[in-house]
Design a protein around this ligand. Sequence first.
Ligand code: UT7
Length: 323
Amino acid sequence: MIRSVVRGTGQALPRRIMKNADFEGMVETSDEWIVQRTGIRQRHIASDDETTASLGEAAARAALANGGLTPDDIDLIVLATSTPNNTFPATAVEIQQRLGMRHGYAFDMQAVCSGFVYAVTTADAYIRAGLAKRVLVIGSETFSRILDWNDRSTCVLFGDGAGALVLEATEGAGTIADRGVLAASLRSDGTHKEKLYVDGGPSTTGTVGHLRMEGREVFKHAVGMITDVIEATFSQAGITAEDLDWFVPHQANKRIIDASAKKLGIAEEKVVITVDKHGNTSAASVPLALSIAAVDGRIKRGDLVLLEAMGGGFTWGAVLVRW
Ligand code: UT7
């Protein structure tokens, strides 16, 4: 059977770093509160010349170089983002143009923080259906542009960045020993919309709007939803937490990550953590963490890697990949 195997990974971060202490004169908060409640110490914030398209392009170029590929080798780009450069056209098409690609096709996916997990699952389905051979899957966000910088309950939590993977159609035996995407579970439930949303949009206010979140409410649901979807993925693949080499969760809050790993029985040393350095970069958080752990040599060929995310909608999902 055809498997979607990872050929390369890459990441990009804005130049400017904003530390927790930098908020202290802006809103009533402290480095101590932010670290204790979230594990975040700093985040990268895009300057005017850095956009979802430019960061996505940089991550894509890094992933192509990492895989020894060029844009000519790619036939599809799937970009996960909730902060596109424009309402339309899709920012994926802008990235395609920036890469100098006149062939193939490109589109955006919108599942907020779960966007990358949705995008990998979609790219895998396209590859297995024979609709694409090599797919650039990108998560890129500039959440700093939709934050209310006077709202301390949200502005300290998010950051900007991008990560990318190249998935390639490869013949596999159809067993769990294959390299590539092995199992995936996606979920959504719109009854939770008001707990995490943006209060604007083309069809309602005609404005971009600002992020609004009832953090405590999101927190209350997060661990249960994350562990449910991971258990569904484990049973699909016929594995247990002990079989995993790496857990790469969505980086929203260190306490959510720790509680989920503990409930699932995933050892602490198998968990990739970047939330301290990047904050919550929404759809970019999983590919950023994944790329960093692959490039620094932690994730090696043959390792069994579990990706997970949960966010606005609510949307949530998990993907199991053998590297
Ligand atoms: O990526 C999408 C998914 N999103 C998430 O996973 C986020 C999930 N939620 C969370 O991570 C946490 O709920 C937060 C980090 C947002 C908040 O942590 P918490 O432990 O749930 O705190 P809380 O919302 O219960 O607030 C505790 C107190 C409140 O004051 P009172 O009502 O106890 O007087 C807040 O007003 O902390 C206050 N507070 C702050 N204090 C200092 C809220 N934000 C801040 C702040 N600095 N930045």
